[in-house]
Design a protein around this ligand. Sequence first.
Ligand code: ADP
Ligand code: MG
Length: 286
Amino acid sequence: MSVLEPVSRETLPKREASPAAVARPVRIVTVANQKGGVGKTTSAVNLATGLALAGHRVLAIDLDPQGNASTGFGIPHHVGVPSVYDAIVAGRPLADVVCEAPESPNLRVVPATIDLAGAEVELVPLIAREARLRKALRTYLSEEGAETEVVLVDCPPSLGLLTVNAFVAATDVLIPIQCEYYALEGLGQLTRNVDLIRAHLNPTLRIGAILLTMYDARTRLAEQVAADVRGHFEDLVLDTVIPRSVRLSEAPSFGTSVLAYDAASRGAQAYLAAARELAVRWSMAA
Ligand code: ADP
Ligand code: MG
């Protein structure tokens, strides 16, 4: 008997080869789950850093008004800092708001400030409001950011216009799932939204990977949740599982990824392994 809310097989994504992924070298990965506290930001920060340390040119975009990813990357994001808000609402070039990240010369970050909290409303009357991030990103990737190999977008915990912008801009969605009770709650809604975006706004969008987070090996519940998620989503789920690790929750208060904070910790090693796995899946491995 499953401890999880049942998810109908019809709504489950199928992993399929995307012709667009072959033709288009840049992976644009939206880290999304409308539940808060499931590890979106921790995953976006540490996967982006892991990929950058492995030699890939990475752009990370903080799309959450809380700015937690900006904090995690050690990028200032107080009021007045040029941010993703200026790019998607005011139409300023993304290149103007991209920052160099301290941890790696391969890593660039677009910070989010609290201004972004108004964007859900301010975007409504704008032309092509769902495609503002895509437009900004396309220009950047064809000019100053032409060397970028992978873009990671950290989403807010909602399915509002900011997350829609991230879906419209993306090639892949990466869903972190916390190994806790009700882990699959809301996933049907998330996958239906991805289906709607695919049908109307971004035909090649696909769910590229599912990452199990906050796995506590001491509990049978975590084991059962992981088994259930694998049962539902099969090989979409990365082999690497992120353990619950206090090092992961401490790192942001020092403005660094866990890879800089404690590279030997289990959390750091797990995110490095997950980054390697993604690079192989996405044919980015050297
Ligand atoms: P989200 O972005 O989905 O809201 P976060 O990545 O901010 O989630 O994680 C929520 C909280 O849990 C944060 O305080 C974070 O530091 C902590 N956390 C995330 N992943 C882990 C983990 N594997 N082990 C321990 N704490 C974690
Ligand atoms: Mg977050």
